[in-house]
Design a protein around this ligand. Sequence first.
Ligand code: NAD
Ligand code: UGA
Length: 489
Amino acid sequence: MKNLFKYKNLMGKKIKNICCIGAGYVGGPTMAVIAYKCPHLNVNVIDISEERIKSWNNKNADEIPIYEPGLSELIKKCRGKNLFFSNDIKKHIAEADMIFISVNTPTKTKGIGAGKASDLKWVESSARQIAMHANGFTIVVEKSTLPVKTAEVIKSILDAAQENYQNKSNSGKFSVLSNPEFLSEGTAINDLINPDRVLIGGEDEDSIEALSQIYNNWVPKEKILKTNIWSSELAKLTSNAFLAQRISSINSISALCEATGADIREVSRAIGSDSRIGSKFLESGPGFGGSCFKKDILNLVYLSEYFGLPEVASFWNEVVKINTWHQHRIAELITKKLFGTLSAKKIAILGFSFKSNTNDTRESAAIQICKDLMDEGAFLCIHDPKVSKGQIAKDLNCEPKNNNLESITIQEKAYSGVWQSAIDIKTALKNADAAVILTEWEEYSQINWYQLANTMRSPAWVFDSRSIINRKNVVDAGLNFWRVGDGVT
Ligand code: NAD
Ligand code: UGA
């Protein structure tokens, strides 16, 4: 076991060709930054999805599949020079000296560990592709977030599968490293260019050095942390669990603020000023979303149970449970404020992505809150500057109503439990009984409530789950106002 990751060293071989399996939210931006910072490297990003690759190759770099500030500028600079997007998996794996695995690792929906453990089928198929096509000594880097001990699985697949593919000349020529990614969506490019740290886990010193040298092109040496492979895998899961735990903690206190007359922003400021606690990640909101927090915590829960630590599992499970409770709590309080029924009431939903500056809606709090409001009979008019109507329909599992629902009358059944997408904020608010801010997009903080209040149906409400609205502007415009964790009024 000790020597599992010790292989022949690189024998002076220089890394020239990099390949990344998975052209998603991590693979695309990460490789764009590597290509930009390392013009001497050839970077190929490959994916099984033809549609995704076609979209990355869109002539108009502003129409690539991922919205991320600064990304399209990097694509314009590097694509076609040393950065390429392709479906030719065989060719690019064969050419690569170093291969990043950056594929999706969602929660398993069936079988052992369903609902908690990570589904590693995409990781496994990547490992099999590598075993089949790689040429000579190849460094395989886990970029996906993976359960502890996955490197061992990847290694076994690489070793065993290559025998099946009669590729015996490659025997023992793989080195597996863990290099988890810590970027946040919406600030991915800045996070990649100025990381707090780069974490590399592994045993083979030459391979670790080869990967560090790539990062050294722009990341100071002292920020590159080297650990054993298992610590690296576990540190990634733990990092997300700690971040999510802070949000669940502050959201739980926001409910207490509302009940007691305290204000969560004041509480956050007061506790965040303690340098041991720190001020970041203490903003109460509608509940954390995003593709990773929930899945990574559930993964930690599964691992803890698997290793016979039920108390540890239940501690982390509460972080997810509070988050779900908090989302339902917000939908419920909106219903209560609107006289206990939403039937045939129009509610403007402002923001659908899980945070601002991204078009990603995975696990967005907006999904659960919108479903709850629709279950109560509301007619939702949903606006988001970056999320498409098709994506909202997929997430709500329900097509929008296309007929003209602009002027709502209470009697009409057609308005109950349906949604439409709004082309702009003004349309969303017209005749609405309430506006619910679910994503902190800049443009929502600049709404002129004086101008728009009288287009809403009185007595109208503004529900601000992101604390981005100036209370005075809303109240002076004659609207009722609720804001998360605000028990002061
Ligand atoms: P994603 O779903 O956006 O992208 C994954 C891509 O991999 C898809 O385009 C899919 O078609 C492709 N793929 C799957 N199997 C393949 C195969 N065998 N060959 C070629 N392509 C294949 O996922 P993502 O958000 O980029 O996340 C990837 C990993 O990074 C996950 O483990 C996630 O937990 C982790 N992570 C994500 C973020 C984030 O902000 N999204 C941040 C840090 C870490
Ligand atoms: C998170 C981590 O921050 C990254 O370090 C990690 O790499 C990534 O997950 C991952 O592994 O996928 P991300 O989900 O992109 O990044 O975005 P965050 O900024 O962490 O926000 C997550 C959720 O928490 C959002 O819904 C956001 O609105 C919410 N949040 C965040 C709050 O409600 N309050 C806060 O104070 C901060």
